[in-house]
Design a protein around this ligand. Sequence first.
Ligand code: ATP
Ligand code: MG
Length: 566
Amino acid sequence: MKLSKAFIPTLKEVPADAITASHVLMLRSGMVRMLSAGIYSFLPLGYRVVQNITSIIREEMNAIGAQEFHLPALNPREIWEETNRVAAFGDTMFHIKNLNRDYVLAPTHEEIMTYHARNQITSYKEMPQIWYQIQTKFRNEARPRSGVIRGRQFLMKDAYSFDSSWENLDKSYALHDKAYRNIFNRCGIKYFIVGASSGAMGGTGSEEFMVKSDAGEDTVAYCEKCGYAANVEVATSVVAPIARDAVSEELKEISTPNVKSIDELCAFLKIDETQCAKSRVYIFDEKPILILITGNEEVNETKLEKLLGGSIRPAHPEELKEITGADAGSIGPVGYKGRIIADNKLKGRNNLYSGANKNDYHLGGVDFTRDIKNIEYADVRIVEAEEGCPNCGEKLGVFTSIELGHIFKLGTKYSAAMGATFLDENGKDNPIIMGSYGIGCERVMACYIEQHHDEHGIIWEKALAPYHIQLLGLNMKKQEVAEESEKIYNELLGSGYEVLFDDRTDAQAGFKFKDADLMGMPLQVIVGDKKLKEQKVEVKIRKTGERFDVDIDKVIAWVKEYFEKN
Ligand code: ATP
Ligand code: MG
């Protein structure tokens, strides 16, 4: 493609609301434009990347025996009523009312695939089946953000498996797990996997393929060394308890007028947060339970519920007063009558400060072993960075991340609701056992850019690059430059490379270099009159910035060798 004829509107400035690196770079390099919040047009350069991604996905899906469909985005509402998902999606689903019929724009396609399975699959002999498509989804996301990372219309690869037994579902699921790893590896994306399959038959295992990203909305704890990854809602860690002081001070009551929060207490007594035992009262099974954590930490309510085996809620202010005799800021474990669970990090500590169960008073010199009866210890804290990995002890990282893809054992949820059944070997009717498997195609593109860019622009590897090579004719008004670049262009095309040829006659060399770095093709072949005099051109590797002088007649061979290795 010749740049003089191409529609690649690069930008110097982008709108102020574009903050995420990938969003900024996709706008600047002329790959996308926003039409409305969360709705993007892909321009020719950007669409080439989408096509590279969908080709890789297609190849890997076909390789596991999956068959490609193309389902309608416009769905009759009734089908979605069969599984109650009109209500479940609520405002996230787009509705269309026309000619007195109700339609919805599909946010995913479990119902439609199950509809086809219900009508066609009748016997165990017709399974396994894996059906997939690469198609547009519509979700009225409340907060579309970060460009195409969270859009209201987006391209998804969604696949569905249909099996006659739970063992076979495990096999279909394992095939997808393998395909997903291949897809993301081939795309050059560094990912990690959250949530392991239960492994047990009949299990409803799921795995989320995630990437670290400031644009993400999930916070996860991740171990670089062993791959342990879990949402902080459920993540655990190992921490060494803080040692006891050698001498236990006496328990003393301290007047703390108007001191309510840990911050206020620390400022008032000039102590550190780690010397405070923070109390939280929850109601579990209609009874109060006091949870103790270190002053600067928070209770992980999900973990606490798992530990207790049921749901909890924070005690209301009036309940707090009734249970402890004090308001929220003055509650403490000493003299507290009910069940007490302290976080492992507080095990056996002394010389701590806590509420005195009396408004405007705190206690100092609290010794957990001496002063509190029947204290239990457990991991009830939200995991923090640098704590030990529960598998291998290495330091955990805690960061926000975003989901690229998801594989999920659905079981019979949709088939049972929609009556999609089959006859088994014994002639008995059973609901089909299903799985579902999604990948956000544009999100893959944005996440790749998040991981592969520098201050100058995008850095493409060959697999996803819109073009393999950017050929720069530096001074195209000079006949020898124009002729030689045109010749190299045709030779590169003839050798099967995709080339973007900056043949603009009116653009300065500096401008061309900037554009080439911004668009980020893996190789730049630079033709200028100075080097031409020595029968040479320059080749620049975008990733490393290395430059090489290459003989004109060896350019093709050089490029070939480079791409064989990279
Ligand atoms: P998220 O938690 O990010 O909202 P999700 O759990 O709703 O994702 P799924 O329903 O599992 O996502 O959809 C499969 C894939 O589609 C996701 O892994 C993601 O890559 C992509 N995806 C989901 N919502 C969007 C969106 N609004 N814009 C772009 N891609 C999306
Ligand atoms: Mg979502």
